[in-house]
Design a protein around this ligand. Structure first.
Ligand code: HEC
Length: 163
């Protein structure tokens, strides 16, 4: 009797203990240390949505998801915000601001990513990676754009055009 009770208690402890460990490692995985340290995002950060001065808050978890997506699909060509195939067009704030139409807002970046255009906006470019809705939802592509924008504002060494 006592044995059965003990083994039940042990089983419960195992399950609870296991889920606590899994739970806390998930919480850690969703926030990237780089985001806290270099993007200064311990508190949600305010980013421009469009040219009207409207802003939206992005949390450390959202920026971390953006960073993960960037690492998975963009870093090969855009390591550290540079553009390896064409270094004159990095992901720096200055370069994003100078594009036509400007890409230094969340919506501006999302529009570019849904349909990449040349720097002067005159035609589609085959060089960058297009992100259709079937690949990344609106929410995900916005988190990706927010990460790029915040990195361009804050991350040391981001978007260099000289190697
Ligand atoms: C195969 C290489 C390659 C990959 C992968 C790639 N890009 Fe690009 N990207 C480029 C090139 C080249 C340009 C310049 C395109 C042009 O003007 O013709 C560019 C331009 C850009 C620009 C505009 C920069 C500016 O100064 O206006 C942004 C923003 C951008 N890429 C984001 C991304 C994101 C986000 C991803 C990942 C989903 C990505 N790119 C994946 C090659 C790449």
């Amino acid at each position: 009797m006592l044995r059965r009770l003990l083994s039940k208690v042990l089983l419960v402890l195992l399950i609870v203990g296991g889920s606590i460990t899994v739970g806390s490692s998930c919480a850690q995985a969703s926030i990237d240390a780089y985001v806290l340290r270099y993007l200064d995002a311990a508190e949600p950060v305010e980013l421009a949505i469009d040219e009207t001065q409207a802003t939206r808050l992005f949390s450390a978890a959202q920026l971390s998801e953006g960073k993960r997506l960037f690492g998975e699909s963009c870093t090969n060509c855009h390591v550290g915000g540079a553009t390896l195939p064409d270094p004159t067009q990095p992901l720096s704030l200055e370069a994003l601001q100078g594009a036509t139409p400007p890409r230094d807002t969340v919506n501006g970046l999302v529009a570019f990513l849904r349909q990449p255009m040349t720097y002067d906006g005159s035609e589609e470019t085959p060089w960058c990676r297009q992100i259709p809705e079937s690949w990344l939802s609106q929410e995900k592509v916005e988190n990706l754009a927010a990460f790029i924008l915040r990195a361009a504002q804050k991350a040391p060494g981001w978007g260099t055009s000289s190697f």
